[in-house]
Design a binder for this molecule. Structure first.
Ligand code: HPA
Length: 281
């Protein structure tokens, strides 16, 4: 049957099974889901009253293989909100389909989350951005070549043709900007281009992405955000700028070590930003 994963059950069924398999451990409904990107897992340590569920214990949950992605769901309280936090995400480059990449988002929704905070590591196409800085995502360009809503329509999950004109909630973006100003936290704002990876972009591709209007590029987020908007969730996106990706003559080769080191620096800013912003959500 089209649209199901490998001819198996529908996504709707799979999510219900995943939710039911952990229902006994989840306690109160969660308010907010969070997905932590490469090198940004540290935020999970700030979760109070944490209940940790490895993905392998969640029925039907694809298990992430990416380096520095732990692969666990953390339930608890973060900066005053009841959260479900995915420490470790699924990427297209691991071979998962877009539907599988989106499954955890629908699971967060099924656990009660009405909003989603996504973080990621990204290369700076904008020459003004520096590694270690944070970019508030204003909008995205989906250059992955795929979409999680492709295939059989599952009305229980959301509408067939969801509006994406304000995918990153304008009120939440304003709240972050305002909270950051009050707390004296510097950040950038811009457009995130999502690619499938896992090879990094050529220099020509980076110049083309910049010309297309993007400020940063990465290998995640866009599939999850499409699913979140489809599911009726408000979305906040934050990118840790981990490397310069301008594709000009000054372009230096990228290393995963630099990416992870700068993700950690920016990750501390992201944690502070969320600390001052989440109480306003
Ligand atoms: N390109 C794609 N993904 C990335 C990059 C990049 O330069 N940096 C971190 N993730």
């Amino acid at each position: 049957m089209t649209g199901t994963i490998a001819g198996g059950p529908s996504l709707t069924q799979r999510i219900a099974e995943a939710r039911d398999s952990i229902a006994a451990q989840t306690g109160d409904p969660v308010e907010l889901g969070l997905i932590l990107g490469s090198g940004l897992g540290g935020l999970a340590e700030a979760v109070e009253e944490a209940v940790i569920i490895p993905y392998a214990k969640i029925a039907g949950m694809p298990v992430s293989t990416a380096p520095s992605h732990a692969g666990e769901l953390v339930l608890g309280r973060l900066f005053g909100r009841r959260v479900a936090l995915m420490r470790g995400r699924l990427h297209l480059y691991e071979g998962w389909t877009a539907r599988e990449v989106a499954l955890p988002v629908y699971l967060l929704r099924a656990l009660g989350a009405e909003g989603l905070v996504v973080t990621n590591a990204a290369g700076a196409l904008n020459a003004e951005f520096r590694p270690g800085e944070v970019m508030l995502i204003e909008d995205h360009l989906n250059f992955t070549g795929t979409n999680p809503l492709t295939g059989a329509d599952e009305p229980a999950l959301g509408p067939r043709f969801p509006d994406m004109s304000r995918a990153y909630d304008p009120d939440w973006r304003a709240a972050v900007a305002e909270a950051a100003r009050t707390a004296g936290l510097a950040h950038r704002a811009g457009i995130y281009a999502g690619i499938a990876g896992p090879s990094l972009e050529t220099s020509a591709e980076r110049r083309w992405l910049r010309a297309s209007g993007a400020d940063a590029v990465g290998m995640s987020t866009v599939i999850e955000v499409i699913a979140a908007v489809h599911a009726g969730m408000r979305v906040l996106g934050l990118s840790a700028i981990t490397n310069a990706a301008t594709g000009g003559p000054e372009q230096r080769p990228d290393t995963i070590e630099d990416v992870l080191a700068n993700a950690e620096i920016a990750g501390r800013v992201i944690a502070r930003l969320l600390e001052v912003t989440l109480p306003r959500f």
